[in-house]
Design a protein around this ligand. Structure first.
Ligand SMILES: NC(=O)c1ccc[n+]([C@@H]2O[C@H](COP(=O)([O-])OP(=O)(O)OC[C@H]3O[C@@H](n4cnc5c(N)ncnc54)[C@H](OP(=O)(O)O)[C@@H]3O)[C@@H](O)[C@H]2O)c1
Length: 298
């Protein structure tokens, strides 16, 4: 079992619940509150947001639900992201879809997120995507300020290459504790490009976004028959479901991957927790790897 790193470098849950699709779920504030409570009851206490999710609306929806029961805040570890500017009816001030890692933008974005989420601080802030115009000193200035005034406890990045990560880290006093990247049995890129080795080397937690490839893992049109067969056979051997095996496959990696779920159905979120109890063998891990690659290891 590959659990040697504390997930996320803080008291977070190994599996997080993502809220990118929240505005599609059609939940009332009360229903969302119930969903959050059931996630906590299932042991999933870390939540993943971004300022831009749902056209800048998801954080506010979450904040409204939290307002119904403020005591829940202390049971959650809240992640949010910044650094992307998205033209939207909700943000008429934004003309161009681009990245912005300026000190001013990061500070303004976090203030807005805190207000939307209805909280005083967040546990983890991620730069959402690398920017070719990132000036690491400007990011460092923003991060140091946010840490000093107590608005953000920890910092990380998302979709960064090891080089981009190292550049930013070289200007920071605090460690970057997370790189959130796309990882799933259908998305192997970061298993092969040094991202996970870099994470292991520096004890950075790789969080896996879209661990089910946005749902493609469950569609026969989205997955090869070989991979589907491999997942099904291994699922039957463990008396488990395909989603649990896909998560167990991520959890088995020695870098300590922390998956971020995206489902709005509580039974699917609850089912995911069983993956923490599953122990895939290395044979099984490679069976899925080879089935996904479509060719044997050399
Ligand atoms: N850092 C980044 O750049 C980045 C990018 C993308 C996402 N993220 C984060 O990662 C989180 C997860 O991403 P994701 O939503 O793409 O994750 P995902 O779990 O790969 O995909 C979620 C989709 O799969 C469906 N699904 C889940 N379990 C299923 C099952 N057992 N059977 C059939 N369909 C199933 C869901 O539908 P139902 O809701 O109907 O279950 C939903 O449409 C996001 O919420 C966000 O927090 C981060």
């Amino acid at each position: 079992m590959a659990h040697q790193y504390h997930p996320l470098g803080f008291e977070g849950s190994r599996i997080a619940q993502g809220y990118w699709r929240l505005s599609e779920w059609g939940m009332s504030d009360q229903e969302l509150l119930g969903f959050i409570e059931q996630c906590i009851a299932a042991g999933i206490t870390t939540v993943d947001h971004a300022d831009i999710y749902g056209d800048y609306e998801c954080e506010s929806l979450f904040g409204r639900a939290l307002k119904l029961k403020p005591s829940l805040r202390d049971e959650l570890q809240i992640i949010t992201k910044c650094g992307i500017k998205l033209p939207s009816n909700n943000r008429p001030d934004i003309a161009t879809h681009r990245y912005d890692h300026s000190t001013q933008h990061i500070l303004q974005s976090v203030d807005q997120s805190l207000q939307n989420l209805n909280v005083e601080h967040i546990e983890l802030l991620l730069l959402h995507r690398p920017s070719p115009l990132m000036d690491a000193d400007h990011v460092a200035e923003a991060f140091e300020h946010l840490y000093t005034v107590g608005k953000v406890r920890h910092f990380g990045v998302s979709n960064f290459t090891p080089q981009q990560f190292d550049l930013l880290q070289s200007r920071l006093e605090m460690p970057l504790i997370v790189n959130q990247v796309e990882l799933s049995p259908l998305e192997l890129k970061h298993f092969n490009d040094g991202t996970l080795e870099h994470a292991q080397q520096h004890a950075v937690t790789p969080m896996a976004w879209s661990p089910f490839a946005g749902g493609d893992l469950f569609k026969l049109s989205g997955i090869s028959p070989t991979l589907h067969q491999a997942l099904t056979t291994i699922a039957e051997a463990h008396d488990a479901s395909i989603d649990q095996i896909a998560l167990a496959w991520l959890l088995h990696h020695p870098s300590g991957i922390a998956p971020v779920l995206g489902s709005g159905k509580i039974e699917r979120v609850q089912s995911a927790q069983k993956a923490l109890e599953l122990n895939l063998s290395d044979d099984e891990w490679f069976t899925i790897w080879v089935a996904s690659q479509g060719h044997p290891v050399p």
